[in-house]
Design a protein around this ligand. Structure first.
Ligand code: HEC
Length: 274
């Protein structure tokens, strides 16, 4: 169940913490293995126990369900080697259902590094279902001495990669003149910039339509994925009752997500340079 603003799932968590309170039903049991926990980690790169990892490693962990990106920046994740713990960057890619974490500086060579979900974080890493990810180690690996060529996302440009997708699949409805369907304009750079970037969505008002650098906090991506918790229809929609809407291909979805992860910039063509 979707509950970004709290809702039932969070109530269930509160109730789990105060089971004696009147009105609280017993907490739901997700499974015998991890009662009360949300998304489960599935696979990680570097994989657990891997050696010779580049000192500029990017760590990726796929999950069984969507993470709530807003819980990733609050100390609930720790990359450390003994007491040494570098500053880390992170985002959630909802298309690949993957957490992406990387250190801001290169890692010490020939050392063991551990990525943990922290036990007593003020804000635990949680899923969109509101339930926390089970604390523990996501992966543990050993660095070699060399740097790799690791990038946390595939570089995508607006003009070459994203504009053709918006033009082909979206601009027929979300276009000017005027404000466009749902006050959303995806037909020009100015339209995209002014009606998506940091603009609260109608569907989930506490979420922006696009949050630059954070695909997992961008409501538009969940509309494209047809996530069950969205308000209204999956995008692109179809006006014709008999004509099913085409869905974006996996590659197109990844392109949009990577473009947002890279900052959702238009640097390849600045506004005003039509
Ligand atoms: C056939 C017309 C049509 C097409 C094509 C279309 N949309 Fe929409 N879109 C709508 C309508 C109508 C709504 C408002 C109702 C709803 O949210 O389901 C909407 C709503 C949205 C919203 C939600 C806005 C908010 O703030 O809640 C997003 C995001 C969106 N569209 C993105 C897209 C994208 C991206 C594409 C192309 C991949 C696209 N749409 C293609 C008709 C369309």
């Amino acid at each position: 169940m979707y509950a970004p603003a709290g809702g039932l799932a969070r109530l269930a968590v509160l109730c789990a913490a105060a089971a004696s309170l009147a009105g609280c039903a017993p907490p739901p049991q997700e499974s015998d293995a991890s009662p009360g926990y949300g998304p489960e980690p599935l696979a990680a790169t570097p994989r657990d126990g891997q050696g010779g990892v580049p000192v500029d490693a990017v760590v990726r962990v796929s999950f069984s369900d969507h993470l709530d990106e807003r819980t990733l920046y609050q100390g609930g994740l720790s990359l450390h080697s003994g007491p040494v713990s570098p500053w880390i960057m992170a985002y959630y890619d909802p298309v690949r259902r993957r957490l992406v974490v990387w250190p801001k500086s290169t890692l010490r060579a020939n050392a063991t590094w551990v990525l943990d979900v922290v036990e007593d974080a003020n804000v635990p890493v949680a899923g969109l279902d509101g339930l926390p990810v089970k604390p523990g180690t996501l992966t543990s690996f050993r660095t070699g001495t060399a740097a790799g060529d690791n990038a946390p996302y595939v570089e995508r440009t607006y003009d070459e990669d994203v504009r053709p997708i918006f033009e082909r699949h979206c601009a027929a409805c979300h276009k000017g003149p005027g404000t466009g369907v749902a006050r959303l304009r995806l037909d020009t750079i100015e339209g995209v910039r002014d009606t998506t970037m940091g603009v609260p969505s109608d569907g989930w008002p506490t979420w922006p339509r696009i949050a630059p650098s954070r695909p997992g906090e961008s409501y538009l991506v969940y509309k494209l994925l047809g996530y069950e918790g969205i308000v209204g229809a999956p995008m692109p929609a179809s006006w014709e009752p008999d004509v099913p809407a085409t869905r974006l291909t996996r590659r197109e979805l990844e392109t949009v997500s990577d473009w947002i992860a890279g900052g959702a910039t238009f640097f390849d063509r600045l506004p005003g340079e039509e």
